[in-house]
Design a binder for this molecule. Sequence first.
Ligand SMILES: Cc1ncc(COP(=O)(O)O)c(C=O)c1O
Length: 485
Amino acid sequence: MNPVVEPTIFELSSPGRKGVPLPQTDVPEPEALSQEFRRRSELAWPEAAEIDVMRHFVRLSVLNHHIEKGIYPLGSCTMKYNPKVNEQAARLPGFAELHPETAEADAQGALKLMYELAGFLAEIGGVGAVTLQPSAGAQGELAGLLLMKAHHSERKDKKRNQIIIPDSAHGTNPASVATAGWETVQIASGADGRVSLKKLQEALTGRTAGMMLTNPNTLGLFEKDILEICRLVHEAGGLMYMDGANLNALMGIVKPGDLGFDIVHFNLHKTFSTPHGGGGPGAGAVGVKKFLEPYLPNPRVERIEKKGKDWYRFTENKKSIGKVHSAFGNFGVLVRAYTYIRTLGTEGLSEVSENAILNANYLLARVKDSYEVPYPGFCQHEFVLSGNRQKAQGVRTMDIAKRLLDFGVHAPTAYFPLIVPEALMIEPTETESRESLDYLADAFIQIAREVETDPEKVKKAPHTTPVGRLDEAKAARDLDIAFHK
Ligand SMILES: Cc1ncc(COP(=O)(O)O)c(C=O)c1O
């Protein structure tokens, strides 16, 4: 394994060196603190000059991969470039320093932002109302299922406890169903990677509460029978939930509500640009058709007229499923999404989706002869390859993913969706240029060639990263991240 090239800040510490002189504390020593709880030695803070601290963290910032460093084609994650203006907006003191308990009169700007954002999302989703509370796609799914539950309960239709999910679905879908206390009925995808109408019909019963469907699905394919799928599920008394994680392919092109979905979540951190590479923060706003609006989480923001002017205030509904997040959700993510939507406007958002689809198809066309394409044809904003051909040469998809790191790009999503053996799921996003797509395509093609000519090079990759292959089980179960002097 290559050594990590950057020492810790503790190792860079030199006694007496200072970045910032701190003022004497004006907080009195707590007299009541018993001796046994008092520190016996000085804290071993690192001591370093400002320039050394800056250089240290700048060096660290490029050891790992991030979207500002290189292409990040992590399928299903929409790792697009996040414009810096969003960050500026989220950090405006009027937003960033606002306390959740601030009086309505002093938070009109923030309330207006939430009201308008919910309106924009309702327009994009073709739905009647939106909650901004859930903090991730997965939590949006759970909220959506609880809304379905409320709907069926109100109709005294409590026997409905099954959700139909295709086998290509993201793992959060069945997990959300289990969390909601319902059962998943998994249906096998058809030969074309889409929902099989026959399998769907067989699965529909009097216990069907609804169906969860990702569109485009996780194979990057548009569900071309979606109108019929929605009709069948509705006819059987169920509701349609769209996992909107792949909305990056649909904006301004088609609205989930118009396709027949009753509920849709928006991964604001993906489609509407919030940095989420480290696992958060996120926002999974949920949109619903009007008949489900009474059940949405409390509170929501409404606009009224007060003394001839617009006034924004919180409103609660008695039939609500309750709160699903403290305060009003991840407000900073909402500010970023609002800024992104306002910056791009209607035309800009349509262009995002058009370019996301174009970029994915360009990349697919360039690499399709080097890898197996399990579902050939045009794709939406992402596509899935199989490393089956390379596996026959003794090289696994994991090896290909690791070798890509040597080219300074993030690996695609590997081994998902589960229905594709040796899957490589690739989503270049709209923010990559033609040159960067060509660079990625060339890397894929070179690796496929290496599998033929020098498989060991691929199997031993990465060769240029600060750390090579980790023992992943040990890294997860036996992690030692403490600094020992
Ligand atoms: C298709 C799909 N659905 C749901 C989710 C869950 O979203 P989140 O990570 O925001 O919980 C993801 C996340 O990658 C996804 O790709």
